[in-house]
Design a protein around this ligand. Structure first.
Ligand SMILES: Nc1nc2c(ncn2[C@@H]2O[C@H](COP(=O)(O)OP(=O)(O)O)[C@@H](O)[C@H]2O)c(=O)[nH]1
Ligand SMILES: [Mg+2]
Length: 260
């Protein structure tokens, strides 16, 4: 069976280890230093509960200012890793604002989110307790919280598997709702308006969101992209180019027969 794609965005304050976590997951190595201004996409295939999944991960930089680009990638992301460092209390506080932003932009309080406390190997320098962060996750209505170490790779795979499961769960719930409220089979004339699948049923708003997204920051104008440096492909496994996205988009629409 073809591998499903999941668009994941890694958010958090500078220096918490977003790039180190991403690169540890994708390439299995620990980065001692990485340009903090680099924002890049990575891909990795992983099996989650026996299903092959392709994770497309956007490692962000520069959350300090709100940019049009940030709004766009939040809109296009399906799941979000909110990363803080267990050695930096303010980085956890920063996530409270970030989560609010994500929920506002997605117009949904139940966006798939995993809270990630990184640098757990630095026990001696810890300033945020496990329980405290767990309580915050609980307030957000989720138990998806892990303490990770990009250095030792502890719980790194668990974080990504968790976010995939959350996205899958949301999509099955959306599909079930659509099935329950599906109208009678449509006549050819009625199926010509709106988005529909090959079997003639209207896509729900969430399905449209799930299938019709384009995760490409390549879709941005050059001026939008100015603020963030893009890395060379040195660290990216299968770096995502604009051309690559266009190819993927074509493949998706062929399979889904989406009529816009
Ligand atoms: N000890 C330790 N250091 C880490 C860990 N994750 C990242 N770092 C270090 O923290 C610094 C910032 O990491 P980076 O991934 O660039 O942070 P980003 O700005 O959030 O992308 C780098 O020097 C990393 O080597 C970790 O889990 N443990
Ligand atoms: Mg980084």
């Amino acid at each position: 069976m073809a591998s499903r794609e999941y668009n994941i965005v890694v958010l958090g304050a500078g220096g918490v280890g977003k790039s180190a976590v991403t690169v540890q997951f994708v390439q299995g190595i620990f980065l001692n230093s990485y340009d903090p201004t680099i924002e890049d996409s990575y891909r990795r295939q992983m099996d989650v509960d026996g299903r092959s999944c392709t994770l497309e991960i956007l490692d962000t930089a520069g959350v300090e200012q709100f940019t049009a680009m940030r709004e766009l990638y939040i809109k296009n992301g399906q799941g979000f890793l909110l990363v803080y460092s267990v050695t930096d209390r303010s980085s956890l506080q920063e996530l409270i604002k970030l989560r609010e932003q994500v929920c506002r932009i997605k117009d949904n309080q139940h966006v798939p989110i995993v809270l990630v406390g990184n640098k757990a190997d630095l026990g001696h320098a810890r300033t945020v307790s496990f329980q405290e962060a767990k309580n915050l996750a609980h307030n957000w209505g989720t138990s998806s919280f892990y303490e990770t170490s990009a250095r030792t790779a502890a719980h790194i795979d668990d974080v990504f598997a968790d976010i995939v499961r959350q996205i899958q769960k949301r999509e099955s719930a959306a599909a079930a709702t659509t099935e329950a409220t599906a109208p009678e089979p449509m006549t050819p004339s009625s199926s010509s308006s709106g988005s529909s699948t090959s079997h003639g049923r209207n896509l729900s708003a969430s399905e449209k969101q799930a299938h019709g997204r384009n995760f490409s920051i390549g879709a941005l104008s050059t001026s939008d992209r100015r603020s963030t440096k893009r890395s060379s492909d040195r660290h990216s496994e299968l770096p995502v180019s604009k051309g690559g996205f266009e190819k993927k988009k074509k493949k998706k629409s062929a399979g889904l027969c989406v009529i816009l």
